[in-house]
Write a protein that binds this ligand. Sequence first.
Ligand code: C2O
Ligand code: CU
Ligand code: CU
Length: 477
Amino acid sequence: KVYTDYFFYEPAFNTHDGGYIPLEATDVAPQKLKVPELLTPDKETDTDMYYTVISQAGEANIMPGKATQTWGYNQSLLGKTILFKRGKNIHVTVKNELPELTTYHWHGLNVPGDIDGGCHTPVYPGESKVLNFKCDQPAATLWLHAHPCPSTAEQVWHGLATAVVVKDEHEATFPIPRNYGVDDIPVILQDRHFDENNQWDYKADYDPDGVQGPTAMINGTVNPYFDVTTQKVRLRLLDGANRREWRLHFSDDLEFTQIAGDGSLLTHPVKFTHLMITCAERQEIVVDFGKYKDGDEVVLYSDDVAIMHFRIHDYEKDDSVIPDTLFEMNTPEVTKDTAVRHVVMSGMDEEVALDGKKFDMERIDAKQTMGNCEIWEVTNTNDCEGGMVHPFHMHGCQFEVLDRNGHAPYPNETGLKDTIGVNPDETVRFKAWFDHPGIFMYHCHIIEHEDGGMMAQIQVDDPENPQEFHITKMDEL
Ligand code: C2O
Ligand code: CU
Ligand code: CU
């Protein structure tokens, strides 16, 4: 079966927002897609990997003419891709060379709260910190982004976001592309408004329902093309936009196969011609260009705007078949005694709230015991008329989606997820459990909604090792 629809509620697509800014076709000449380099470890042994990640300000040539003032990790805009190998002890020195405090949030990484990089772990200008943790989760595409309260949105808009790739031995057994930079690339989808001086003026473009711009930017490249030199290419799609959801399709309605979601491979690959991704989600797809030949061009669109071009070159024939089963879910059983937790996302604009409240760094909103599985029921009380799809995200865990308003989840919501778009008038249920203690945020990933208070925090206790967690107070910042 090949899916040809976007699944989400059409009336709730961002295109229906009052404040929607449509993507515009650009007149910038095609530029080679920037594929971020892999960050070189400072050192790697059989058991350990050491990295240094520096937040820095700089400028990037994105548009013709003046350079844009930007922020990034180890480079001026966005960052190098960070590779973690499952089973290794990871040591990351994070360093803040920005003029303001930031945090280093590992979106999707299963680590204790003090490593997670939510708003309780600020790194002040000039400071550095060493994070030590074990990478123990399935192969996936995760990401690193800033998460200071309440300026996550503005810092991400400046460019503080980069891909994190987890590799494991299971994924390595499948015939899927994994030659990084050649047939396996991150595709970070963002949109920006460039002012007449080619700058991003966050304050001028501010919208409490999420800042948008008319120009699509992929890996920091406007109007990119990618040179295809293999029959199959794996795109690690990441919606790194503050607000924009992307409805993707190729020219000729070319079919593609989704193999992975946020936190793992899908249990079974799923074929699409059209695919929607909401903020902070990841979808890994394999595109087979086998019916094209040297000199052809394939276009990737979001809605009806071309956002990226694939220039086909000579390639070797590749008959490999993606197997039917990619991943087995070994998640805790649900029984009639499994606790059920309700979460409500409500409001729009300045009125957004989570469980009727605005986020407060000093208030613990919920508690869950480490290792215990609970059913989370997340409701979006917006209506289809004025509402939107709120992408709900949890820190510190990967969950298993059970249903949407009692119906089966979308076919590409198998495998582990950490972010899920919830339609207006809908309740999504999933199983969630934590492997590590700490304080973890959960929130809408329209980043302005998160900063605007559609966020709460949960304390996860390890009964065998009770501890006091550090709570940073707003006025300490
Ligand atoms: Cu992508 Cu609270 O994070
Ligand atoms: Cu996160
Ligand atoms: Cu929202």
